[in-house]
Design a protein around this ligand. Sequence first.
Ligand code: GLY
Length: 425
Amino acid sequence: MRILVIGSGGREHALLKGLAADPATTELHVVPGNAGMSGLAIVHKDAGAVDDPTAMVALAKQVSADLVVIGPEIPLVAGVADALREAGMRVFGPNRDAAQIEGSKKFAKEVMAAAGVETARAEQLLPESSDSEIDAALERFGPIWVVKDDGLAGGKGVVVTEDRAAAREHVEAVHALGNPVLLESFLDGPEVSLFCLVDGETVVPLLPAQDHKRAFNNDEGPNTGGMGAYTPLPWLPSEGVQQIVDEVCVPVAAEMVRRGTPYSGLLYAGLAWGANGPSVVEFNARFGDPETQAVLALLKTPLATVLDSVASGTLAEQPPLEWSDAYALTVVLAAADYPASPRKGDVITGQVLEDTARVLHAGTAHNEAGELVSAGGRVLNILGVGETLEAARDDAYSTIEEITLAGSFYRTDIALPAVEGKITL
Ligand code: GLY
């Protein structure tokens, strides 16, 4: 099977690694890719914008792709999957209408209300809202305020704060971009990311993971795309995944079918496990980053075959997924000044960079001298695997210490609260 992957981050690097390990894969291509992917795939750096349906269809035809796997949300919301399907290709990723589950928080709330799914109370504030309307809405929420960009923010447009002035500032910043704001009630309880393969009404969960979204240790600092993640979750009740599937993912998949926008691809449920069980914080229409890097490290079932079964509408016929009986963890090495204005162009060194089992690339490139340099906010993802979560942490942190990148930083407490038994339900 010839496979084209669309995207350039650590998530896509993990997908490529998984796809390459499946004997069913005969040829791998990626667009636009990053500096770490050339050992796994043919990299099409200049084949056009990933949200340009015409360019992506042309590339998929040029490489005779049997399957196209779309990583990020932007091409999904731009209708790249629709265009590829119209051109007769098999695609892993939802069509534009179904991707609205991520693209529009308002749409997601409507689907959840119709499906009877627990979620936060929410109100939308349009960019033309007056000062007094914004003040009155802030009065109805918080503290703690949850202020979301109701456009596409790739998990990065959320501010959670006890400071009303900071909440108002974010409302204004999002409105200045021309996007509506969603104010939400704060959901208490530890967060769970559950990824489900969805093919119409067939829902198959992957292992549950937890992301660490704040920039610094102890969940301090600004929200980011995610600074590290681990899987599975030792503190989650044994029936927890099935409960999320039954109460959240199956009803949502059924509602999408009922609306005439059946879902095909990866449905990411971001949840808080509160006193009354799981409640949805958000949905994404794609694999999460960096949770995917940890989750796929434990998947034993051949990945290409599974993703292709979703794309061809035969997921229900697949045998159950098989997993390693272990823990996996990923730590993000971030560039100086991430997330505000990540510095680019710094040289990355370390023997361990050659170890593709441990190091996945996200924001990397080669400079004119051929050196590996930073080219984005989240630069590398370091993987650790072990029989215990503690062993997985040791594995990842001993690797990251061997890498040098001026000004870079990483959290040292990924999975630590779970290891220390500090997460309780
Ligand atoms: N890990 C957060 C996200 O992928 O949106």
